[in-house]
Design a protein around this ligand. Structure first.
Ligand SMILES: [Zn+2]
Length: 651
């Protein structure tokens, strides 16, 4: 109850605690929960990490906890490579609320001291440093409560009995609150071994493969977990409760992956039912982004009182196993864990991807309506405000880093629009190349790494796109005015950006033309506000739908305006009939084309005009070699074209 009261005072939304057990979270709720749980930790800011003078290679952690006490006893053995010019001190991120009992290097005790509230220094003056220095620190104490979420004791009451648990949540800076480590996003451990000793009856979930469950003579059990992949401090966790468990097994790419679930006993049946889609998600994500990165260890979940979930590598900590949350945390095993944002500035590479992949799970495993609801949920949240960039412009603010609207939802929509602009094949290929790049995999990555892969897969320069949608703020507001012409429809599309940081969002815009019994979707290359498009779908258009499948993040107004004259003859041909050089003039000043072709009445192209730049105003062609007869001049601009007839005669 104490925890509950404190949490409510910290301003968490009621639904986190009101009924977390049975909630099916919506996507925007997940981002909201992740965003808001960091707000209590307002202490130390960026740039003050420890450990720049050594490489953090391997750690063995021996932790002992009893969920009835909010207390930890620890022995951590770091294997590090100390730089030759390291100086007199090496330091670890560690909270002075815990007492250090001993520190040694290669078995020799060394002096240690806290040089600020979060930094433990070890004196290395007399030590022979080597490629593999073994640093051992023993400590104990009650982890500081100022960072509410890093080391948590929680209790739930079942049939009048109080059931206690302990779980950790270290993202972004909480690991130091319960163990001495290196929190910087510049170094990952190559691998880790974790032993968690708990009283009989409790189980301890953690990273990697469970090597043993050893009963000790004093009635405790040690759970030995081994993780053989690079991992940053914030993804290392423990979750201790009186768990029941169940496993699911999935065949992916020839290997069988275990999904091991540590679940509250009273919730076993419910969570088993909820978890039924997770194996299919594992298959889907492996197909889209390459096989699950930790297939030879496991995936799994440990249930705790955490608000939402956290993607601890190979064992996510979960409030429950509902569809959206399970998809989100599983997606992080690829985007966040296998590759990790190299700065909190790039957090969207973790959270935008996880949010979008949650959407892909809905699209591929559920149905179109559910995917539409997902997209509408994101739009409702993002478009409610006119500003804000996916790029984090203030990394000293945790609430800005984990801003649900921008880092999660707008980041996800940015990916959706890239998929639209590049097409499914190129988009997914670029994502796969990015995450499986031997230079990047299991390492830290930056937005520019992703852009390089998008550009090489597509052969396109995407700076304009990222300038508008990543660094720029806001979104386009479109006003589409349309009217019928003699042979089709005309559209005039105005765009007003919602924020002055972007002049114009260059986008391909899908428009569906609907007539009785007919419909066609055309894609318009929108290059300036007020651009006009003349379309001849070959049927009488009754209605148009602008961006019917919600590809573009925008606010849209569509107006049928019968008084707008888009003109019927869009191309003036002079002279007509012609025997030599003919001049074609575009009558609509807003119109332009990429190239032109002359077709005979059988529809065969007999001449083309393909200048380096776009065709505007007018151009000339010599048609003296064409046989006498009727021809069609067609001006083509991406998916729209306009044409008119003319006659070739002989003098
Ligand atoms: Zn997340």
């Amino acid at each position: 109850m104490k925890l509950l009261a404190t949490v409510l005072l910290m301003g968490f939304p009621w639904f986190l605690w009101g009924q977390p057990d049975h909630a099916d979270f919506g996507t925007t709720q997940i981002s909201k929960m992740e965003a808001e749980r960091w707000s209590p930790n307002l202490k130390k800011s960026f740039g003050s990490y420890n450990g720049d003078n050594y490489q953090w290679n391997y750690a063995e952690c021996y932790w002992e906890v009893n969920p009835l006490d909010r207390y930890i006893t620890g022995r951590v053995v770091h294997h590090i490579a100390i730089d030759n010019d390291a100086g007199d001190t090496i330091s670890f991120d560690f909270n002075e609320a815990l007492s250090v009992n001993s520190a040694s290097i290669d078995g020799e005790p060394v002096p240690y001291f806290f040089f600020d509230a979060f930094s433990l220094g070890l004196d290395i003056g007399d030590v022979n440093i080597s490629e593999n220095s073994v640093v051992e620190i023993t400590y104990e104490g009650e982890p500081n409560n100022s960072n509410l979420m890093s080391f948590n004791q929680a209790v739930r009451t079942i049939n009048g009995e109080n059931l206690f648990e302990i779980y950790t949540l270290s993202q972004p800076y909480g690991a130091r609150d319960w163990w001495p480590c290196k929190q910087t996003l510049r170094d990952k451990l190559d691998s880790i071994f974790i032993e968690i000793t708990v009283p009989e009856g409790f189980r301890a979930g953690s990273n990697g493969k469970l090597e043993y469950e050893d009963e000790n003579p004093e009635g405790t059990i040690g759970f030995g977990w081994k993780h053989r992949y690079p991992i940053p401090a914030y993804l290392i966790s423990m979750a201790v409760a009186e768990y029941d468990s169940f496993s699911q097994f999935v065949e992916v790419g020839g290997s069988e992956i275990e999904i091991l679930n540590y679940i509250y006993p009273e919730r076993l049946a419910l969570e088993q039912k909820r978890a039924q889609d997770i194996p299919e998600m594992m298959v889907l994500f492996s197909e889209l982004f390459g096989i699950y990165p930790y297939a030879d260890e496991k995936y799994g979940h440990a249930q705790t009182a955490i608000p939402g979930g956290m993607e601890h590598t190979t064992m996510s900590t979960m409030s429950n196993l509902n569809f959206n949350l399970s998809a989100h945390e599983l997606a992080h095993q690829w985007f966040g864990n296998k590759i990790t944002c190299g700065s909190w500035e790039d957090i969207w590479l973790n959270e935008g991807f996880a949010t979008y992949i949650n959407g892909l799970a809905i699209e591929f495993l559920r149905d179109e309506d559910a995917f539409r609801t997902f997209k509408e949920g994101l739009r409702g949240n993002i478009l409610a405000q006119p500003d804000g960039s996916v790029f984090v412009n203030d990394t000293t603010s945790r609430s800005r880093i984990f801003n649900g609207r921008l880092s999660y939802n707008k980041g996800a929509y940015l990916l959706h629009m890239l998929r639209w602009e590049l097409g499914d094949d190129v988009f997914f290929e670029a994502c796969r190349n990015f995450i499986n790049d031997p230079e990047l995999e299991f390492d830290y990555v930056y937005t520019n790494d992703f852009i390089s892969h998008l550009e090489s897969a597509s052969g396109r320069d995407l700076n304009y796109f990222f300038d508008d949608w990543y660094y720029g703020e806001g979104h386009p507001q479109y006003k589409v005015e349309w009217n019928r012409t003699s042979n089709g429809v005309g559209l005039e599309i105005e765009q007003t950006p919602s924020h002055q940081s972007v002049d114009f969002f260059e986008m391909h815009l899908p428009v569906k033309l609907i007539g009785s019994g007919n419909e066609v979707t055309v894609v318009l290359n929108h290059q300036f506000s007020g651009q006009r498009f003349l379309l001849t779908p070959g049927f009488q258009v009754e209605q148009i739908q602008f961006d019917p499948d919600l590809w573009i993040l925008s606010e849209n107004t569509v107006v049928f305006n019968p008084s707008t004259n888009f003109g019927s003859d869009e191309i003036l041909v002079l002279p007509n009939p012609v025997s030599g050089v003919v001049k074609f003039t575009l009558l609509n000043p807003a119109q332009f084309a990429q190239y032109a072709e002359i077709l005979n009445t059988q529809g065969k192209v007999v001449m083309t005009y393909n200048p380096a730049g776009p065709i505007r105003d007018s151009f000339e062609m010599d048609v003296s070699r064409l046989a006498v007869g009727t021809y069609i001049i067609r001006l083509i601009n991406e998916d729209s074209s306009t044409s008119t007839r003319f006659v070739v005669a002989r003098n």
